[in-house]
Design a protein around this ligand. Sequence first.
Ligand SMILES: *[C@@H]1O[C@H](CO)[C@@H](O)[C@H](O)[C@H]1NC(C)=O
Ligand SMILES: *[C@@H]1O[C@H](CO)[C@@H](O)[C@H](O)[C@H]1NC(C)=O
Length: 452
Amino acid sequence: KNSVKCCTQSNFVWPRISFCFQLEAIMVEMQDPKSGVKGSEQKLNVTTIPHVIAGKDIVAWVAEKMKITAEEAQAFSTMLVAYGYIYPLQNHKKLVMCNDDTLYRFQTPYFWPTQKYCAEDTDYAIYLTKRNIRKKGMLEPYEQAHYNHLHDWLNHKWDFIVMQATEQYKAGKERKKADRVVFDCQERAYWIVNRPPVCICHSSVKHFVVRCVSCVFIFLLLVKYITTYKNHDPFLAPCVPSNPWQTDNDTYWTLNMRRVELPTKMRVERWSFSLFELLSDLRGRDDFKIFLKKEFSGENLAFWEAAEELKWGTASSMSSKAESIFKTFLAPGAPRWINIDGRTMGLTVKGLEHPHRYVLEAAQTHVFLLMKKDTFFRYLKSPVYKDIQKKALNPEPHNFSPAQLEANANNRGAGIHPIILWQQEEEEKAKAAAAAAPVDVKAMMNKLDRKK
Ligand SMILES: *[C@@H]1O[C@H](CO)[C@@H](O)[C@H](O)[C@H]1NC(C)=O
Ligand SMILES: *[C@@H]1O[C@H](CO)[C@@H](O)[C@H](O)[C@H]1NC(C)=O
């Protein structure tokens, strides 16, 4: 039943699931009675709890098993805690693995993400109601917030939820004390990791529709993606003129260097798929710049690039970069002032007082969407794009005979190594950037004025 449900919360369901399966294989090994981590009974608030493990034992086991350092093992184990495979016994909200005597337990497979990877709001409501009964209305603040929200939202079936919760509560009371405590811990640990976000929509019908629509939507997106990219997928389409790794002929690399004069038709076609594709390809970005220059609207892209620079650049230059970005694009009367909405502008300017890598994220997204909605489509229809489409190369596929292939292999020279090429281009790019240091239009205007 659970496996067919789809989650709106996680965008990347499949990679996540396959990743979880790998983690679960390790969890099974970790619990092997012979070679796994040894647990022991522990007394906790008068109740004896079986199979309790100390954090340091888990870390040591992982380090030994995976042949990694204790630090790496600790980071890995923290991930197991974050995914809910192991839960802390005492401080249940602290989802990290401590390399000391802190006590943990293994989550029962029933609560593993792949078994129940999409938490249902109704299940959570039942859980909270049950907890509310047990705690006599004294829920923790975050639980209370969720409870109130779910109560409004699932009001039409609240009777059912209360009934279920009461049943479960009664069934729980009949268990042995130790079992009950263990189960409570497991359940609480599960909901700490998996509680659904407080959603903004107000009817569960709407929510259901949103979920189903998003399922179909993801499927359609996938179909669209595959149709668009199938000729560009090296597994599905041949590499033209030929795959250098197979034919020992470098032409493919030479034709597809990062900043070639004339790109191939395939590459130009790819730019039209999305603005993201266009900007990801430096040659495409250059072409887009030519278009923007003709339109006198290069600020948005320049700002987008500056934001990328801040995001990926060195930490030491961060504050000077942030300052220069502020002066160039955001300050009142800035030489390349960009037009973004007041709220985003306010947030960004405020953020730049204490700059960090992602301080421009909101403004960058805003500018990206602006370009995507408008400039990008105009670019695709523009003479600039039509021109490059016409000029683009369409290499003939190589058709080497076995004898030629052997000759190619024998003549295999040092060739152009892609990495070296890439380094060269990076250097060129840096030089170009230095040469085209931001021109302060205002200062120039002042100079001109003075000359008059
Ligand atoms: C043990 O008692 C403490 C404090 O009374 C409480 O916070 C904690 O949740 C209890 N632990 C369990 C497993 O019941
Ligand atoms: C690759 O093959 C083409 C076509 O046969 C040939 O003209 C070119 O010289 C070859 N290049 C190298 C580096 O071998």
